[in-house]
Design a protein around this ligand. Sequence first.
Ligand code: ADP
Ligand code: MG
Length: 398
Amino acid sequence: MKIHEYQGKQLLAAEGIPVPQSTVAFSADEAHAAAVDLIAKTGSEVLVVKSQIHAGGRGKGRFKEHPDLGGVKVVKGADAVKDLAGKMLGSTLVTIQTGPEGKEVRRLLIEQGMDIKTELYVAATLDRVTGRTTIMASTEGGMEIEEVAESNPEKILKVSIDPAVGLLPFQARQLAYGLGLTGKVARKMATFIGKLAAAYQRLDCAMLEINPLVITGGGDVVALDAKTSFDDNALYRHPTIEELRDPTEEDPAELEAKKSDLSYVNLDGTIGCMVNGAGLAMATMDIIKFFGAEPANFLDVGGGATVERVTAAFKLITADPKLEGILVNIFGDIMKCDVIAEGVLAAVREVGLKVPLVVRLEGTNVEKGKAMLESSDLKIITGSSLRDAAQKIVEMAK
Ligand code: ADP
Ligand code: MG
């Protein structure tokens, strides 16, 4: 689960990590009030208006409605903040991470303008190769880290945390000095990294990325941006974090899937897939690609493919406007094929069928299941193997 920058910064501040002063605003008037308040507190008229969407690259992004305007803007004075807020709120911001359709901005962060001397990069995440939390740091702050990894991989420093002892002080110092810092600033950086690692651990994050982390003119180390995501499987331990979820930022179909306990990921292709088991789902997507089409989704109905779940899954798939065909690939083990066939028939009767449907069943009672599908009055085609089924649906969808 992802959260907004302002929510991430609130969590970081509670962990003792320095962040700029800021207030979230949902309207131009709230933005104005926040600006007046910040100016009074900081004594500075320089403010930053930051679009809050679940995507990075906002600074370099552009609004569809205002092609000259970026998603992060430094301005002077409360009136300028209000004016800008009026333009940004309700407009669609396109960044390299949103895709061409962009995302509507519904919240803004009004933040004090910082005196930036240096922009650095620090992140905590899980390294799947070592199976350990890794802290990454780089002098190339403010840039996309993927680009740095591509062009200058040597500029990304890493330390791996031993879960038995946590981040050791020397590791934090190693990163701080590795970034070219010295003296007091290096010590502040080491402290910052220690707190970041602790926050990552305590909050069960999947990713905690500070880009940029800045050194101010006064030598302070401050998190200027915060990209925070959490391990969904650990959210039950953090009910207050779960409350930070912004459903307007999530795919409505994926939210619906969560309610029915289905693993669903919306993709760009045209062949809807309904499969039981994540591995089988991956194999099904591969074979669709092999025959020249693209999957419209990843969907794992899980082990207990009951009539209710199959129906819910069907509704999800068929609601997809880009759909040109459906491939059902189910292996009946504990759940017998005839029960699955019954589920598919019930779902098709309820939801209707506007595109071709190919079903491949295998496993317990497969003959009985296939016979039920073939003898029904519904236009359902059966496949004799995964290869046969995939080939058929790709052909028919063309
Ligand atoms: P994104 O990564 O989505 O582009 P950031 O929060 O990193 O958004 O902001 C982009 C850039 O805007 C930063 O690299 C920094 O140069 C500038 N910026 C952001 N917040 C502030 C601030 N509070 N004061 C001064 N400059 C800022
Ligand atoms: Mg950033």
